[in-house]
Design a protein around this ligand. Structure first.
Ligand code: ZN
Length: 229
């Protein structure tokens, strides 16, 4: 599974839609799948069919809405049926460890099914337990790289496979923080608003140019030696 993703499953789609026409999610979905391998897209249900129409199934991840009750049985049923990788964001549930939630969700996936988990949790004990979950390459963590959390990952020695989320950082802040995240074991990104927030008003050529430039910048930060295939 690629570790280079653009998140188009933003909770507020109005940030991606131009008044009077034009949905940037649709444009980005097509542009990335058609022209920017190995980048993939994390898409909401409404864009799944469009993304999957390109026979690039390993570069399409279904982003579920943030989950207030990740322990509920209905969610596990959904995860059991999904044929693409799935991303679930969840807040800390009192009485549960975020790592136990992760195990529960991972068990629900069919054999070989991939899962991206985004715990909105800043408890060092929880994150240390998450880091110890045996993933067998089926699970990838999506974590914030705001400064104070990078300090936490360093302190606990977070070692699970993880990628950086960009929210709430701007493009420049995200780029600035990413080098330090890579030193702490971050091996990819799921980049959202920081990448696309200022693309919306641009014309298509300018948009395409800036998108290509930014994706290349992120790849070079993640792989300074340029060894990735
Ligand atoms: Zn937690």
């Amino acid at each position: 599974m690629t570790k280079l993703w653009v998140a188009l499953d933003h909770a507020d789609p109005s940030a991606l839609v131009r008044p009077g026409g034009g949905d940037l999610r649709v444009w980005l979905c097509e542009a990335i799948i058609a022209g920017h391998a190995p980048w993939g897209v994390v898409v909401p249900s409404s864009l799944l069919a469009r993304a999957l129409a390109h026979n690039a199934d390993d570069r399409v991840c279904w982003g579920l809405p943030d989950e207030p009750e990740p322990q509920r049985a209905e969610l596990r049923a959904e995860l059991a049926q999904a044929t693409t990788p799935v991303k679930v964001g969840y807040s800390h549930v009192p009485g549960w460890s975020c790592a136990d939630i992760a195990r529960l969700l991972l068990e629900a996936r069919p054999a070989g099914g991939r899962l991206v988990l985004e715990p909105y949790c800043d408890r060092p004990d929880c994150l240390a337990a998450c880091s110890a979950v045996l993933t067998e390459q089926r699970l990838m963590w999506k974590l914030t790289i705001v400064k104070e959390m990078l300090d936490v990952y360093a302190e606990i020695g977070f070692r699970g496979p993880w990628v950086a989320r960009s929210g709430p950082l701007t493009w420049q802040e995200f780029v600035d923080q990413l080098a330090q995240a890579v030193e702490l074991g971050c091996s990819g990104v799921i980049v959202g608003r920081a990448l696309w927030a200022d693309l919306l008003p641009l014309d298509e050529a300018a948009r395409q140019a800036l998108l290509g430039q930014r994706l290349a910048t992120l790849r070079s930060l993640l792989d300074p030696a340029g060894q990735a295939s």
